[in-house]
Design a protein around this ligand. Structure first.
Ligand SMILES: Cc1cc2nc3c(=O)[nH]c(=O)nc-3n(C[C@H](O)[C@H](O)[C@H](O)COP(=O)(O)O)c2cc1C
Length: 200
C-alpha cells in the first residue's frame, strides 16, 4: 500500500478568532487524512468562533469532533511546553487558519504572548514554512502593513479568496477545498482537491 502523501510530516495548526472555523476543520481533516501528525492550538477567541460557527448538537467539539485523535494533540493557549514553542523541535510547517488581524499584528511585531504567536515566531526565526490565512474585509492600511511585514519576514499569506475559474457555482465546500488545496500545496502535501489551471 502507498504511504499517505503527508506521512511522517509534523504540522502545527493554530486556530485564532478570525471567522472561518469551517476552513480550519477542513484543513485538519485533510492533513490528518494525508498522514500528518498535528499539534493544534486555539486562542480563546478561536474557541469562541468555533463555538459560534461550528455548533454541535451533541456537545462534541465542532473543530475536532469525529477526527482521528491518534494523529492530533491539542495544547493550551499558553502552554509553552508544546514542542513547536521551541526551534530545537523539528517541525515541517505551521498554518494559522483562520488568522485574525490581532494575531497577524502580534506576529508582525514579534509578540509571542501565546503559543500560536510563539509558534509563528519560531517558524520565522528558523526559516521554516509559516502559512497565514488572514480573514478580514475590508483591509485597513494597518492590516496591509502587517501583512507586508510578515511576508518580508518569510511567512506565506494565503487569504481565503474565492475561486471562479473552477466554476464552483454556489458550492461552498468547493471553495473551501480550493483554499485548503493551496495550503496543502505549500506544505508540500500532494493533493487533487481541484482541477489545476491547464487541466480544465
Ligand atoms: C464570531 C466572531 C468572528 C470574528 N471574526 C473576525 C475576523 O474575521 N477577523 C478578525 O480579525 N477578527 C475577528 N473577530 C475578532 C477577534 O476574535 C478578536 O480581535 C480577537 O482579539 C482575536 O484574538 P486572537 O488573534 O488571539 O484569536 C471575530 C470575533 C468573533 C467572536
Amino acid at each position: 500500500m502507498e504511504p499517505a502523501a503527508g506521512a511522517g510530516k509534523t504540522i502545527a495548526v493554530g486556530v485564532t478568532g478570525g471567522s472561518g472555523a469551517i476552513l480550519a476543520r477542513r484543513v485538519l481533516e485533510l492533513l490528518i487524512g494525508a498522514g500528518c501528525r498535528i499539534h493544534l492550538a486555539r486562542s480563546r477567541a478561536g474557541r469562541m468562533v468555533v463555538h459560534d460557527e461550528l455548533p454541535s448538537p451533541d456537545g462534541s467539539d465542532g473543530l475536532t469532533g469525529g477526527l482521528r485523535t491518534d494523529a492530533l494533540r491539542e495544547w493550551g493557549e499558553r502552554d509553552f511546553h508544546a514542542p513547536f514553542a521551541s526551534g530545537s523541535h523539528p517541525i515541517d510547517g505551521m498554518v494559522i487558519v483562520p488568522c485574525s488581524m490581532t494575531t497577524l499584528g502580534a506576529i508582525a511585531h514579534g509578540i509571542s504572548d501565546n503559543l500560536i504567536r510563539r509558534g509563528a515566531d519560531v517558524m520565522l526565526k528558523e526559516r521554516r514554512p509559516l502559512i497565514l490565512v488572514p480573514r478580514e474585509t475590508p483591509l485597513s492600511s494597518i492590516h496591509l502593513r502587517n501583512m507586508l511585514e510578515v511576508s518580508q519576514a518569510g511567512a506565506l499569506i494565503i487569504p481565503p479568496v474565492l475561486t471562479f475559474y473552477q466554476h464552483p457555482g454556489s458550492d461552498v465546500s468547493a471553495q473551501l477545498d480550493f483554499i485548503a488545496s493551496r495550503i496543502l500545496d505549500h506544505l508540500a502535501i500532494p493533493n487533487d482537491l481541484f482541477r489545476r489551471w491547464g487541466e480544465i
